[in-house]
Design a binder for this molecule. Structure first.
Ligand SMILES: [Zn+2]
Length: 114
C-alpha cells in the first residue's frame, strides 16, 4: 500500500505513529487520508474490549501487588497494543483503501513539530 500523493510505502512503523486509526497522514508528504476497510468496526470493538480487560486486570493487579505491578502491566499492555496495531495495519494494507481528505489549506492546524 502506498501514499497516492508521493508513492511512499506505508510501513508498519508509519502506521504506528498515527494518532487515529481511521485517519492516516503520510509522514513524507503530509497528505491526509480517511482509512476504509471492511470490518474496521470489529477491530475497534476488539480494541475496546481488550482495553476494558486490561483496565480490569490493572485494578486487580494494583490491589494485589501495589505499585510494583505498574511496570510489568505496561509491558503487557504495550505488547497487546502492538499486536492490535500490527493486525490492523495488515488488515488495512490487504483489504483497505485510502481516500484522500479534502484539505482546503495545505499545512496548518495540527503540525506535530518539524
Ligand atoms: Zn505521501
Amino acid at each position: 500500500m502506498r501514499c497516492e500523493n508521493c508513492q511512499a510505502e506505508i510501513t508498519f512503523p508509519m502506521a504506528l505513529r498515527q494518532a487515529m486509526p481511521h485517519r492516516f497522514r503520510c509522514m513524507k508528504c503530509g497528505a491526509r487520508y480517511r482509512v476504509r476497510a471492511p470490518r474496521l468496526g470489529l477491530f475497534f470493538l476488539g480494541i475496546a474490549a481488550a482495553f476494558a480487560a486490561l483496565v480490569y486486570q490493572f485494578t486487580l493487579g494494583m490491589a494485589a501487588h501495589g505499585p510494583s505491578f505498574i511496570l510489568p502491566f505496561l509491558v503487557v499492555a504495550a505488547g497487546v497494543w502492538l499486536v492490535f496495531e500490527f493486525l490492523l495495519h495488515r488488515h488495512i494494507t490487504r483489504s483497505g483503501q485510502l481516500t484522500p481528505l479534502e484539505g482546503r489549506t495545505a499545512g496548518g492546524e495540527e503540525d506535530e513539530g518539524t
